[in-house]
Design a protein around this ligand. Sequence first.
Ligand code: SF4
Ligand code: ZN
Length: 418
Amino acid sequence: IKIKTKELPIPVAFAAAFEGEIIRKADMHTEYWSGKNATAELVLMRDPSEIEDHKITILGDDMDGGEKNYALCTFIEVAGAKMQADFESVIERKIHAWFNYMEGVMHTGQRNQVRVRVSNDAFAKGLRLKHFGEVLYHMIMDEFDAVVDKCQVTLITDEAAAEKFRDEVAMPRYNERDDRLLSMTDESVDRFYTCILCQSFAPAHCCVVTPERLGLCGAVSWLDAKATNELNPQGPCQPIFKEGCLDERTGRYESVNKMIQEATHGAVENVTLYSILEDPMTSCGCFECICGIEPVSNGFIVVNREYKGMTPVGMTFGELASCTGGGVQTPGYMGHGRHFISSKKFIAAEGGIERIVWMPKELKDDVAERLNRTAKELYGIDNFTDMIADETICEDCEALMDFLTEKNHPVLGLEPLM
Ligand code: SF4
Ligand code: ZN
């Protein structure tokens, strides 16, 4: 990554090295957090006549306004002859890295789930929101100069205005993007994409991103991978043309294997797109969830990163992660994104979502609507999530079996996995 630090008119250092910086509560001057106030991050494509280049506006108080917590909507409008709506989310995702590159700033999340902390030190050095605007402007004009000719940044901290922006501008746009993907299937496209962004710390890892299977970090959809490739043809996302189908059930393709071998420099030879037992995809370290085999029920559990408790397989998320990550293939265990759970392609070779027997409650509630819709479509089951156990029902496999029997969970009628 090339960073022209000198050109950035900000009072703190700016470098990739600050990305892992953690700002504790005691060192924190200001926090913008979706848990307390409205947040959103949105990049929108505009007509050049609609925006003013390098205009930076702050609606509401800056961080010297006297409060500790504020709303924050980061609204970036861009225009350019070669700009496409599909590039919006690719630029938007960079906000995370760029905010983190500022010394004394910590950023997590995306879209309307965001947390930004600014340290006392950074504030004392004079860092203010207008500098956030400068960082965004300069980095976009630097990294996306091929498609962006004009860029305007608005930062909203006024709570009422932020809520209005989030609900009336940002959310509808996120939904539009998700809906576009929802109507696409793996069968409806002629290519998938690799993503090797995580090779910096997992050198043997490569995600294969398809319309129905997003990257395991949850942040790279097929449309994002496609846009990334168009913006940077030599970059981390390369097309895999769907050629030489060897097995439809497991999603095994000659062309996928060939690309995986190239992308991992021979470390991985074969992967399937839809199986967790037969040559599953590798997992780096940043998966949102882990799916793992539960041998007593012949089912699978799914655990999300935020869940700290025990699971019926006798391992926590951390323990499962230590035997799943690092870019290796571990049949029976697999890292994946949250959105993948409700996909018709989720562990499809092993029977699909009707093998899911347990999930932490928060995760289950989060995916319920879409998971139930998929279960209804695939198997005609209503309210499928009522049959899936969670930590409020059981954390061990005996109680799990009692629950599944009581609910007449469909896994009980399926063939053994091994
Ligand atoms: Fe790319 Fe996969 Fe890493 Fe996400 S987890 S950034 S899709 S390699
Ligand atoms: Zn990763």
